[in-house]
Design a protein around this ligand. Sequence first.
Ligand code: DLL
Length: 439
Amino acid sequence: MIYDIENETLPRDQLEALQLRRLQDLCRRLYANVPFYTKKFDETGVKPENISSLSDLSRLPFTEKKHLREHYPYGFLAVPRDNVVRLHASSGTTGRVTVVGHTRRDIDNWADLMARCLAAGGAGRQDMVQVAYGYGLFTGGLGAHYGAERIGATVVPTSSGSTKRQINFMRDLGTTVLCCTPSYALHIYETALEEGLDFRDKSIMSLRTGVFGAEPWSEEMRHTIESKMAIDAINIYGLSEIMGPGVSIECVEAKKGLHIFEDHFLAEIIDPDSGRNLPLGDEGELVLTTLTREAMPLIRYRTRDITRLDPTPCRCGRTHFRMGRVMGRSDDMLIIRGVNVYPSQIESILLETDGLTPHYQIVVDRVDNLDQMEIQVEPAENFLAGGEVKRLQSITRQLAQRIKVFLGISAQIRLVDPQTLTRFEGKAKRVIDQRKDKI
Ligand code: DLL
């Protein structure tokens, strides 16, 4: 279902005219109200009134996470502080966190966009939506909550954690839509099985749809979750600096790329090294401009997320361009002996190998000045039950070979006992990089 049929199917020429009007208004607001942008515009010699087409966007300066940190906490506010009704903070693991403000209208737009997302995933007012993203400074919980209320669904705000209680609610209340990270969905699935509850039995567990995001995951992980839980697993993307979840989402009809809500966000793809715009369809770093945000609008924010834009029409009828699945952030990319690798590429290979589970961890180290990568993975219990050492050795060999063929690097494979690797309730942490202190 399309929640906002008028805006989500706007013909491209009308959409672009709307984007231009909003971009011009945005530049005027930022030039007048945010000293960082006044200075940047002056330095580049561009005035808001010089913006006469969407292609002028590339004349404007980038905004980076470090700029937000330098102006912590309120330096990017474009409205008086008392117009801000909510603050969220990004989950930065290094340096200062970044604080993001929202006006009442920002929250209202966000609820609308999350309503569009849930509808795109196939949810409606008859649904029981369990929100197992964390509530709090993280945007996942409250973002999904407001969207689910807006479509008129019944919301079960469990937040993340307390997995057994989570599952009991799903069974007793008849939860049909689950919102959480894909890694947490897997953990919920496993815990339910231990309790004797099988998601495939729809007379006990009514779950139909998962709206999963906040971390990279592979197409193979989607297939694994969909077949284990007998649900549609929909990919949702967003980031706190730009709003939170709801920047883009897959439609259940195609499940091929995430529609970016282009009446609210302008998307570009750049070469992360040179900063130059890349041709439509090329892979590069996603850069986003917020067209409608009031409290903390950003121009050309460098997300560090690597993806591509797909302008081809979608069978769902939405006219908004799609972005490809984000395999990882440029700063999560591992460089192993000069080869660039994303953890989700390893995940794809693991899940295509018979007898392995989606529970894995990547340990990178430097021994005698050489990078080494060990992949720890749990084999499936029924595979282990066979007990043949030969079979396990054969999986290990197969996996190492496929990694060599597909990624061009050697890896040591360590099969570990089932249920020994850490499970995650929020964003999964897949990589332990021990090289950091050894440079
Ligand atoms: O993770 C917002 C969110 C909440 C999105 C719930 C989807 C669902 P941050 O904590 O600021 O915000 O982290 C943003 O997470 O730049 C990506 O690197 C990554 N990310 C988010 N969604 C996806 C996804 C939220 N579907 C950062 N696939 C982003 C891959 C994702 N990476």
